[in-house]
Design a protein around this ligand. Structure first.
Ligand code: NOJ
Length: 757
């Protein structure tokens, strides 16, 4: 309604209050129109590229240079970062990163937050600021549920808005080539389709709240040891079929505003100056329209980086010296970087800000609805927890139980969280419950605390409280598990024992091996010897070894389960929820089964030979004929399911239809998985996941699951011809409920075909 129409309406017959509303609405609209006229780029009806062009035409070169250089978001200098310039210090938002806006033109600042598992409180710079901790990335991947990943993402997006952060550094999906990788917990497992689908859905959920999200770390940052110096060595074809395919799928599905280039090198070149990765694969082949921002301290040059496709230097104080401010200006005036390149960098940033709603949906800080958000975190955890073993119907626990022993892993505080830049200070957290792991907490001049990456945090509520809430009449007793004899004594007096064991992972360092640290294996052995009715709950970043597995009747992988984790776990243990998580990563029997039994490392630059090529995880196990401890895709339920009536069709791609029936007596979810093996004379051809369907079934109910596969999943990337190639021939298709249990098999004929890269 225009101002004139509002006034006309008021002059006729509406009540006064309503009239005021019309006028004020009319006035606001009028103001918007006036603003759009004055600033034509504010006309939201125009396409983002056009709005960016209109705005960019008003910018000076210095303003453009300002937009492509970021600062660390907190006022500090430390051995790893230089302080931001004096004039910015008062406005730094105490978060991961900051790119000052241009008020003259109404360009908002970019305020960047880490958010792998929720809104991080970067190094505790915002004392008292708590947020919802979602289950970790690998946990959400274990749901095999893109809708859940979207829902988790929208919580992150909402809480980012509530904090007035408009760039979220989440969408982390480096493939788990080694389960010891320190960020395995943050990523989405070992398969390109699963990881790309889950991370892409999460990004889409984040961006549904009009904030920008980022996929990272592009590319091959698959381990933490030596991340600043190693070079991933893998041929292009295998790279396209594995790590790059995961990114490609995530980008197609999530349409992230930004892509973060990684610390490490690929084929000798730093990721942030790899023309192959940035200009070639990302921007040319995938036609990516957003911008490339660097990881914190990942830029090593001005001219090579700018010309290779880096669009923004993040947190420049982290780099050895600044590369994009004055040096970029100089490179442009010397003609070493084309002026059009700067224009392209800025265009990408602005068009993304328009496309994702940063201009049209301005932010104001507000309190989050933490209880509603926690409920979503709980649903995510309910579907993420994987039941690995359940013999003698040990689970679910009957609610008539009298005495329960809870042992280990600070189960009286919360559920373990991972460390590093993604660390959230969770709702209900008490600073007294922090466990420094490496290095003391430092106090900044401001009084804020600088948390080293080694502070262990447990997300409340505690499993102890959540379990007690399930059975208010029972005696639930906690023992720390430090003293094995005390733990065994408590176990002996109890009807049921739940032992919590943990493996803490953090960014920046890999775990040395896959054994549970300290005396935890011995703890389990002692407890189960004292009471065979023992349930083990794993709180780990990924796979661990289980030398006690034969003795223990029930085991669950709870990952890092987040703010809803304890409640979700309690509901599963007592049967209110039927477990449905499936492993997104292979659990090996030992590190000797991995492609690199000794984790490559070094201080000086070194190469990692990705000898497994595209055969990551379960494909490596298949290729080398190795039997894992638990296979990819595996997970039990309290019900049983039948999969039958398979039909497979060829044509342009592979189509699979199967029936799934709940043949048990409890409602529950099953994830049916389809794998295809291309015709290939080499022994490298192994089954690859081509799709899945997760269905919720009442006892006796049957549903048909339909999977139409993306042909890139079973194509080969032909480097010489720069195309995806589907060879002519018979493709083997197998269906079941894990990569190692595929009872239905068929073959299908496809004719040779090429697809664009
Ligand atoms: C380094 C990490 O690799 C990256 O994931 C994170 O977003 C930045 N630091 C900012 O904290």
């Amino acid at each position: 309604m225009t101002l004139r129409q509002s006034i006309l309406l008021c002059s006729v017959s509406v009540p006064l209050a309503l009239c005021a509303l019309f006028v004020s609405r009319g006035t606001a609209e009028q103001a918007a129109v006036t603003q759009a006229q004055a600033n034509p780029w504010m006309d939201s009806a125009l396409p983002p590229d056009q709005r960016a062009d209109l705005l960019q035409a008003q910018m000076t070169e210095d303003e453009q240079l300002q937009l492509v250089k970021g600062y660390y978001g907190a006022n500090t200098s430390s051995p790893i970062t230089k302080a931001a310039p004096e004039n910015l210090r008062p406005i730094l938002p105490k978060t991961s990163g900051f790119v000052p806006g241009i008020p003259r033109l109404g360009i908002p600042s970019l305020i960047e937050t880490d958010a792998g598992v929720g809104i991080a409180n970067h190094r505790g710079f915002r004392p008292g600021d708590q947020a919802t901790a979602l289950p970790s990335g690998i946990a959400t991947a274990a749901t095999w549920n893109p809708h859940m990943a979207y829902a988790a993402g929208s919580i992150i997006g909402t809480e980012a808005r509530d904090h007035a952060f408009n760039v979220v550094l989440d969408g982390a999906l480096n493939l788990a080539r080694d389960p010891r990788g320190g960020r395995t917990f943050e990523y989405a497992g070992e398969d390109p389709l699963l990881a790309g689908t889950i991370a892409g859905s999460q990004v889409r959920g984040i961006q549904s709240q009009h904030v920008i999200s980022t996929v990272k770390h592009f590319a091959f940052n698959d381990q933490e040891t030596g991340r600043f110096v190693f070079s991933a060595e893998i041929d292009e074809g295998a790279a396209r079929q594995s790590d790059l395919l995961a990114f490609e799928i995530a980008i197609e599905r999530g349409d992230p505003g930004a892509v973060m280039c990684a610390y490490n090198r690929y084929g000798g070149a730093y990721s942030c100056e790899s023309g192959f990765l940035l200009n070639g694969v990302l921007k040319r082949d995938w036609n990516y329209k957003g911008w490339v921002l660097s990881d914190w301290g990942a830029v090593h040059s001005t001219i090579p980086s700018a010309n290779a496709g880096l669009d923004q230097e993040s947190a420049s104080g982290f780099d050895k010296t600044e590369f994009f401010g004055a040096p970029l200006k100089q490179a442009i005036s010397d003609g070493k970087v084309a002026r059009e390149r700067l224009h392209d960098m800025v265009h990408r940033i602005l068009r993304t800000m328009f496309a994702k709603g940063i201009f049209d949906y301005p932010m104001t800080k507000t309190d989050s609805n933490l209880e509603a958000d926690r409920a979503v975190a709980e649903q995510d955890a309910e579907q993420a927890i994987v039941l690995l073993k359940n013999t003698n119907a040990m689970l679910p626990i009957a609610k008539t139980v009298h005495n329960i022993a809870i042992i280990g892993s600070h189960a009286d505080i919360g559920m373990l969280a991972g460390g590093g830049s993604s660390q959230v200070i969770p709702t209900g957290h008490d600073q007294a419950d922090e466990f420094p792991v490496g290095g003391a907490v430092q106090r900044l001049p401001s009084g804020a605390q600088l948390r080293p990456t080694g502070v262990k945090i447990y997300d409340p509520p505690s499993p102890l409280a959540a379990l007690q809430a399930e059975v208010p009449g029972a005696r639930v007793t906690y023992d720390s598990g430090v003293d094995l004899q005390n733990a065994a004594a408590l176990a002996r007096q109890s009807d049921v024992v739940i032992v919590f064991v943990e493996q803490w992972m953090t960014e920046g360092r890999d775990v040395p091996n896959l054994s549970l640290p300290g005396n935890q294996d011995a703890l389990i052995a002692a407890v189960v010897a004292a009471n065979p009715r023992t349930i083990v709950v794993l709180e780990t970043g990924g796979p661990v070894l289980m030398p006690w597995l034969d003795q223990v009747p029930a085991v669950l992988a709870a990952w890092y389960a987040g703010s809803g984790g304890a409640t979700a776990l309690a509901r599963i243990l007592f049967g209110d929820v039927n477990p449905s998580g499936k492993l997104p990563i292979t659990f090996p029997q030992g590190v000797d089964q991995l492609p690199r039994p000794v984790l490559p490392s070094g201080r000086a630059p070194f190469d990692i030979d990705y000898r497994e090529g595209a055969n990551v995880g379960y494909r490596w196990f298949e290729w080398r004929n190795l039997k894992p401890l638990f296979p990819f895709g595996y997970g039990l339920s309290y019900s049983t399911f039948r999969i039958d009536s398979m039909q497979v069709q060829g044509g342009e791609t592979i189509h699979v239809n199967v029936d799934v029936t709940n043949s048990g007596s409890r409602q529950g979810m099953e994830t049916v998985q389809a794998y295809a093996t291309p015709p290939d004379a080499s022994d490298r051809a192994v089954p690859r996941l081509i799709g899945w369907g997760k269905v919720d079934l009442k006892p006796g109910e049957t549903r048909r699951v339909t999977i139409s596969a993306d042909p890139r999943l079973f194509a080969e990337f032909d480097e010489a011809r720069h195309v995806w190639h589907l060879p002519d021939g018979q493709y083997a298709v197998a269906v079941g409920n894990s990569s190692a249990s595929l009872p239905l098999a068929a073959t299908v004929q496809l004719s040779a075909r090429d697809l664009p890269p």
